[in-house]
Structures are given as C-alpha cells and as structure tokens.
Write a protein that binds this ligand. Structure first.
Ligand code: FEO
Length: 404
C-alpha cells in the first residue's frame, strides 16, 4: 500500500520508514528507526529526487506509482549516491526505461562502481550553478562535497523555495506518519538524534558543512522548505535548526555543562565520578551528565561531547594504558575532528597509575584546540578520604572554568 505525504501542492514525500535496521551504516544503533526520504515533483515534467535504501525499494515503487497515477517518470535527480539513498536507482531505471538521470559526474562514476546499468538512459551531468526547468519549477544545483560524500550536491527549487538538502539537516528516527518538524516536538524528541546523526556521520567534515552554509546564506530568505534525505522536513523555524548546524560544524558547544565519561572495572572509578558530580552540583553547576563508556555507544558519547563545553575523562589504567573503551572514545573524537573543549582528568590504578598522563598526551597531541585543566584527581584503587582536597580542587577548577 502506498504511503505518501504532500510537501507542497505539487511535491510529494514518497520515501519510507525503516524500523528493522538495528545499526545504521552497520555501526550506529537506531532504536527509533530511520526514514529514507525521496520526493516526487509533479510538474509538466515529473522528477523524482533521490531513491531509498534497497530494503525500502518496494515502498518507494508503490509510492511513486501512486503519485504518478499513470503519468511517466521523466527525470531522476540524484543528490547523493550513498546506498541508503542510491540503492534503488537501478530498479527505477528498469521500471521507467525512458527516465533521464540528472546528477554529478562523480555520482555517475559511483553508479558504475556499484554496478548499476544506466545504458539506454540519458545521463545529464550537472555542476555547481547549473539550472534545469521541469515546466513551472526551475532548480539550481549546488555542489556539497563531503556532506557527506564527495559526489554530493543539493538542489534548490527557486520557484517554490524547496531545498533538497541531501544528508544535510537530516536526523535518525523514523517519521511514522509525521513529515514536518512542526508536527513533532523536535527539541524534546528529535534533537538528540539529529545531533547524534550529524556529529557522527558528517562531524569530521565541519568545514565542508560551513562551506555549504555559506552558500545557503546568500539565499536564506528564499528557502521556504528544507527537504533532507532523513528525518523531518522543515517549513517553520528554519533558522533555529540552521543555527544548530552552524554551531555543530564550527565545533562550538551548545551548552555550558559537564559530561563525565568514566571507565570503571569494579566501580571505584565510577564512585569517584559520582563524587565529583555531587561536588559540582553542590557548587551550583547542575548541568552534569555521567556516562559509563563501557555501556554507552560511542556515537552517544560523541554527540554529548559536541553538546557540552566540559568533559571529564575518568579512566582506570589497563595493561599500563588507557582503558580500551575509553581509548576508543578518544580515537573517535580524533576521527571526527572534535575540538574546542575543556577537559579534566581522573585517573586510577592499583599498581601503576598511567591513564592520566596518557589521556593528557592524547588530548594535547592528537586533538585540536583542547584545554586540559591542571587539577587532576589521581587515585590508587579507590577514592579515600585523604583525596577530599584533590576532589574539591578539581570541582572548583571546573566550576571556575565554566564561569569564565
Ligand atoms: Fe544518508 Fe550519506 O547517506
């Protein structure tokens, strides 16, 4: 059965929701599912903007067939070739033998790499600034390299003000009937997943997102709808969400607050993390969040690292090194280009306390623009009363730094 929503009078969401996929990109847990968005423009010429993951192909086909209602599909515009959007291209080509495909040169290369058979179809290669008219609607193509693959572009419909934004402005989470961001409580129910999506999928490419935002800045007053490839469509409060993207891609924290990420084998490092959290709250800093790195997915740790200004790393020493799961979190920070945060360190070890120096070295040498507070809580096995002064000093240093 078809399941479509109208975006405007002649533009339809024809995508699909997926609650079966456990791990997006086979890495990221998506307990709320995900949507693969595709859009069908019913102009004098019909144009499908992107496709969906192979698992959702049948739903896409039913949706497209329903909206076309007997009309031919004239154009297929591919903004992004990653298989969660591009996997159904070949099926569209088979079903609509006369469809012409519009995309970038690199996207056509990727189609060949994925083994798609495009023979017999007119392939129209576009680049930055090219325009195309489907009848009433004229669109402009804008290169968006590394948001999130090198071939990506976004397409702006200058007639209706619709920005087909590819992976930009997307979010994890299935739509389940809703389509527009103003049909949900986005800040309460979606923002965390939008942040986790952006920071983990495109976090490394902040400068490229900034480049795209700069291009968009010139036409902000003309953008009426943002239609991403995942998650809700935006037609109200666009600037609120654009500002979030701007902040995330500049690696600026959203909030003053403290994330305490702890790696604890027997509960003693965790107890120190809890004691510090209590001291911070006593001193009036209550935006404090504790995460056990061993049972918090690293994508969640990364998203929270992007959200908050201060991070306390509390790690036991393991094999004379940093606890492996904590090390993995640090490596992911490096991979995703996280920067501009203030850190504090708690270290622990029963017979060789090494983790603090090693974490400090990693922060200093492997990451950019990180500040590490001088005060450190160093434990031998557990937090005993003789460490009360160090604990207090660490809490004071964090409070003072946040207040600055
Ligand atoms: Fe949703 Fe980069 O694909």
């Amino acid at each position: 059965m078809y399941s479509v929503r109208k975006v405007t009078d002649d533009l339809y969401w024809v995508g699909a929701n997926d609650h079966r996929l456990a791990l997006f990109e086979n890495i990221f847990p998506i307990p709320r599912g995900v949507s693969y968005n595709a859009y069908l423009l019913m102009d004098e010429q019909t144009a499908l903007f992107d496709t969906v993951d192979w698992s959702a192909c049948r739903q896409l086909l039913e949706n497209v067939e329903h909206v076309l209602d007997g009309r031919p599909l004239d154009y297929l515009v591919i903004d992004h070739m990653e298989p969660d959007h591009g996997a159904s291209i070949e099926e569209i080509l088979l079903r609509y033998p006369a469809v012409k495909v519009i995309s970038t040169e690199k996207a056509f290369l990727f189609m060949r790499q994925f083994g798609f058979h495009t023979e017999g179809h007119e392939l129209i290669t576009v680049q930055e600034g090219d325009t195309y008219c489907f009848g009433q609607h004229t669109v402009t193509f804008v290169a968006a390299p590394m948001v999130h693959w090198p071939e990506a572009m976004v397409t702006f419909d200058t007639t209706s003000g619709v920005l087909f934004s590819a992976d930009a402005f997307g979010s994890f989470g299935a739509l389940d009937g809703k389509l527009f961001a103003d049909e949900v409580d986005f800040e309460r129910d979606w923002l965390d997943d939008a942040r986790r999506y952006l920071t983990n999928i495109v976090g490394k490419y902040g400068p490229h997102v900034q480049l795209l935002l700069k291009k968009a800045a010139g036409i902000l007053d003309q953008i009426k709808f943002i239609c991403p490839l995942h998650g809700p469509v935006w037609r109200k409060d666009l600037m609120w969400f654009i500002e979030k993207y701007d902040r995330w891609s500049r690696y600026e924290p959203e909030e003053k607050g403290v994330m305490i990420a702890y790696a604890s084998m027997y509960g003693n490092t965790e107890a120190a993390a809890q004691a510090l959290a209590g001291r911070l709250c006593d001193k009036g800093v209550t935006n404090v969040w504790l995460y056990d790195v061993s049972d918090t997915h690293v994508s969640q740790l990364i998203a929270e690292t992007f959200r908050l200004s201060h991070i306390v790393l509390a790690s036991v020493t393991y094999n004379l090194g940093i606890y492996p799961v904590m090390h993995n979190y640090l490596m992911d920070m490096k991979a995703l280009n996280v920067q501009k945060r203030t850190f504090a360190i708690i270290e622990n070890g029963s017979w060789a306390v090494k983790s603090g120096d090693l974490m400090q070295k990693f922060l200093d040498e492997e990451l950019k623009d990180m500040t590490v507070l001088n005060d450190r809580l160093s434990l031998a096995s557990s937090l005993l009363p003789d460490k009360a002064g160090e604990l207090e000093a660490l809490a004071d240093a964090i409070v003072e730094s946040i207040g600055r």
